[in-house]
Design a protein around this ligand. Structure first.
Ligand code: ATP
Ligand code: MG
Ligand code: MG
Ligand code: MG
Length: 562
């Protein structure tokens, strides 16, 4: 038996008008339907309806994580600085990190992600190879001082993430843990009803599995991806932003250290290129000699563009603005260093012989610092710059590619031994000698999944939840008269007794029209309307998504829904 939620007592208020700051349909509807309220920029309150949806998403995630043997823990969000100094991320994270100080002057941070403290937890708890493999996860708020929090809970500065970490002694073990997570993620997103694609987070050409992203196609998304309509090929066009100029031989001359002034800004870049700052709005392509060499969103990646601009003669650089970008999205493929994805910054000595300039490849949130090829890293291999345009042939099956927008809803990584090395995470191996542990990390944006669902499933009348995440299974609407409210409450009780999750609109003094509009806005999958036929014990069932209606007796309706 479940609890009947009466709208007459529910803390919720629908808004007729769109909130002024709403950027996307999903954002607008979640606010209008009374699911979330803004508390500060990128900081959100979850009202009862929203909390139900958020909990449903988290429940599905937990069930599938438990099914692959994950053990749930809860680490603190308030963390000491030291582990993040050991890993280098106290600095690397730059302005993204929320830092704070306690009364004794000790430095703390609010966790943006928890690799460090999970590594330490396992170091503390596991001593033998027999204790591994282990998968730990938590569902917890994360804190990132995003440059541009936007679209409501889609990009928050406080947001709910499921983060999981695997610990293995062998590379094969890590590959298996990664495979388990990948499968669990597919099941999770299928159960949530989220349309999704899996893309390599590095480059479609590499086909590697060291890191993959789960993307939910939606116009509101901030990622651009190439999608094959015929086979399952998909590639993130924004995963890597590496500029490669007129290609000089990699062996040509020793790279020298850059001597660049302060981080370029949109203004300084615009001044350098002699274009108005307003021309640099959103997605920007930079072309050199007609070839696209950098793709970026100023703000996230202004540094890349700025560096490029500073190290090439202005005449060589052509700036393409947002409008041009819309018609010509580019896939720029880069290279990986010997440490794989963990190399935070890449420099390319080929831009001009003897120079290295730096991009924040795959780390749009971090600030770029000077690194020098040969001193700080060496280059493993190069991939060519490839521009993918709509209609280009799919590398797998040849069909014309489509280019679309998507929301990153999940991200899985084979981290390897980076954190184990940093923290000396060893266990005793079968031969009695210490063995270094290898790690994976796996994230799902739980609060972002709610936003992504709202973006993908709404229609012109309102939200339209898949049943698994909906705040209720059935929304009973008493169309007005007192007798109808009583019958509605009776039907709701019958349904609840049978385990159906019910909302009942028993508000007195609210017109039937308003109740219907609110029901469509709230988006529960099935509406049960107690209206004119109530006197004869007849009610109407309406499918929220298809709009199909059917008149039934109360008994028939209850039988149908239980
Ligand atoms: P993005 O590229 O959107 O900034 P990210 O790559 O920085 O995301 P990860 O570090 O991979 O994010 O975190 C794992 C998951 O957490 C992401 O796939 C996403 O679903 C979610 N997430 C990340 N940042 C936010 C945010 N600011 N608000 C809500 N969810 C987020
Ligand atoms: Mg980010
Ligand atoms: Mg990302
Ligand atoms: Mg990511």
């Amino acid at each position: 038996m479940t609890h009947v939620q009466r709208l007459s007592t529910l803390l919720f208020k629908t808004l007729r008008d769109d909130p002024a700051d709403a950027e996307t349909a999903g954002h607008r509807l979640l606010v209008r339907a009374g699911y979330v309220r803004r508390t500060a920029a990128g900081v959100w309150t979850w009202l009862p309806l929203g909390k139900r949806v958020l909990d449903n998403v988290a429940r599905v995630v937990r069930e599938e994580m438990d099914a692959i043997g994950g053990q749930e823990v809860l680490l603190p969000a308030l963390l000491p600085k030291e582990p993040y100094e050991v890993s280098g991320r106290w600095k690397e994270y730059g302005d993204l990190l929320f830092r704070l100080r306690d009364r004794k002057g000790a430095d703390y941070l609010l966790g943006p992600t928890h690799e460090e403290v999970f590594a330490l937890t396992v170091k503390d708890q596991c001593t033998s190879y027999k204790d591994l493999p282990v998968i730990l996860y938590q569902v917890q708020n994360k804190y990132r001082d995003e440059a541009r929090p936007r679209s409501g809970v889609l990009r928050g500065r406080e947001f709910l993430m499921k983060d999981a970490y695997s610990f293995d002694v062998t590379d094969e073990g890590l590959a298996e843990s990664y495979r388990l997570h990948r499968q669990a993620y597919v099941r999770i997103f299928e159960r949530l009803g989220l349309d999704h694609r899996i893309v390599s987070a590095v480059s479609g050409a590499m086909g590697g599995s060291a890191s993959e992203e789960f993307l939910a196609p939606a116009a509101a998304g901030e990622d651009t991806f190439a999608d094959c309509p015929r086979c399952d090929y998909a590639a993130n066009t924004e995963a890597v932003t590496v500029a490669v100029g007129p290609v000089a031989d990699a062996a040509h001359g020793a790279p020298r250290e850059l001597d660049t002034p302060a981080t370029p800004t949109i203004e300084s870049l615009a001044a350098h290129l002699d274009v108005p700052a307003s021309a640099i709005l959103k997605n920007v392509l930079v072309k050199v000699d007609g070839e696209i060499v950098a793709v970026g969103v100023p703000g996230d990646r202004e540094v890349d563009l700025g560096r490029l601009a500073e190290h090439l003669a202005p005449a060589e650089v052509e700036l393409v603005t947002a409008d041009d970008f819309a018609g010509r999205p580019g896939l720029v493929r880069g290279y990986v260093g010997p440490q794989g994805l963990d190399v935070p910054y890449y420099a390319d000595p080929r831009v001009a012989p003897g120079t290295a300039w730096i991009t924040g490849a795959n780390k749009p949130d971090t600030h770029v610092c000077d690194v020098v090829c040969g001193r700080d890293f060496t280059v493993d291999r190069y991939l060519d710059v490839v521009v993918v345009e709509p209609g280009d042939p799919c590398p797998r099956c040849g069909a014309g590619l489509e280019i679309g927008r998507a929301i990153e809803i999940g991200h899985i990584f084979q981290l390897g031994r980076k954190y184990a090395d940093a923290f000396g995470l060893d266990v005793l191996g079968p031969e009695g000698r210490p063995v270094r542990v290898t790690m994976g990390s796996y994230g799902i944006g739980v609060s972002r999944a709610v936003a992504a669902l709202a973006e993908q499933t709404h229609d012109e009348h309102g939200l339209c939840w898949p049943r698994e995440v909906a705040p209720a299974d059935v929304h009973v609407v008493a169309a007005g008269k007192t007798g109808q409210i009583e019958l509605a409450l009776d039907v709701a009780a019958l349904l609840a007794d049978a385990g159906v999750r019910v909302l009942v609109d028993d508000r007195a003094g609210v017109s039937a029209g308003v109740k219907f509009a609110d029901a469509e806005l709230i988006g529960v999958p099935t509406l049960l309307i107690v209206g004119r036929g109530a006197a004869e014990g007849r009610v109407e069932l309406k499918d929220r998504r298809s709009g199909a209606r059917e008149e039934l007796t109360v008994e028939e309706a209850v039988a149908r829904l239980t």
